[in-house]
Design a protein around this ligand. Structure first.
Ligand code: ZN
Length: 272
């Protein structure tokens, strides 16, 4: 499912096409797509101009003039797709944004876990997103030190806990741990200062590289960018989904570890 690099790629696509454009209408047909408030509230956005497209963790935040913010969470299978108005609706299209002088934007979501909701205009984040930790792309050594210090929980559990650090899921937690040479099942509090620094550097490096590659599109093709293009970072995965294959660094065998209810891919030769 989409993690920070995929959502950031979508954000950049939205920013390029829609910021500065006026919304004509937003039509919602999916019953579960708007579930935190009556869907009619979204009618208030008609006539507004999109003034910014930002992101925190895996959440997109569309800010409109008139101090309104629309949050989009793609979850498992949500996609925002650019479409020409006369093109047929794809199956599972649950919302359609119509703009002045811009193509339609459609929210397509087969699993219907994704959602849209109006939020307050609070800065930097509306109250509805205040439970989220630091955005993983902004997290520095001090942030990583703060979330790991004194913790018994395994590294993977902390890296994927959105309330501690927002944006990392299964794929990038495993890739970051490999890049840092750290086992994903290491108790987080056991990291030395040097290891914390390595983890912070790897976090930034892996996420930046994944964004540059347009994110990871797996075989299920649940993630595509706004133009329907796949990302290519899946071709650069070192451990994720590679159990039984040779480690690209040492030639050992990549393992799939059980960490509580989660699993993680790692090379136990390269990661300590
Ligand atoms: Zn290795």
């Amino acid at each position: 499912l989409p993690e920070l690099p995929e959502v950031e790629t979508v954000r950049r696509g939205l920013e390029a096409l829609y910021v500065g454009r006026r919304l004509l209408s937003l039509e919602v047909s999916g019953r579960r797509t708007v579930r935190r408030h009556p869907p009619q509230l979204l009618d208030r956005l008609a006539g507004s101009v999109l003034v910014g497209a930002s992101r925190h963790g895996k959440y997109l935040l569309l800010r409109w003039n008139g101090r309104r913010a629309l949050v989009v969470h793609l979850r498992m299978s949500g996609q925002l797709r650019v479409a020409e108005p006369r093109s047929p609706l794809a199956p599972h299209t649950h919302a359609v944004f119509r703009f002045v002088d811009a193509p339609e934007l459609r929210f397509v979501d087969p699993r219907t876990f994704g959602e849209l909701f109006l939020a307050g205009a609070g800065r930097p984040l509306p109250a509805e997103l205040s439970h989220l930790g630091t955005d993983a792309l902004q997290a520095g050594v001090a942030d990583v030190a703060a979330i790991t210090r004194g913790r018994k929980a395994p590294l993977k559990a902390l890296l994927t806990d959105q309330q501690l650090i927002a944006g990392v899921g299964n794929i990038y937690a495993d890739e970051v741990c490999f890049s840092a040479g750290l086992r994903p099942d290491r108790p987080a509090g056991s990291l030395s200062q040097g290891e914390v620094r390595r983890l912070a550097v790897s976090l930034g490096r892996v996420l930046e590289a994944a964004i540059a590659a347009g994110g990871s599109t797996l075989a299920d093709r649940r993630y595509l960018d706004v133009q329907g293009a796949a990302g290519s970072y899946q071709l650069e995965h070192k451990v994720y989904g590679r159990a039984g294959h040779a480690c690209l660094r040492c030639g050992g065998v990549v393992q799939k570890l059980k960490i509580g209810a989660k699993s993680a891919y790692a090379c136990l030769n390269c990661q300590r």
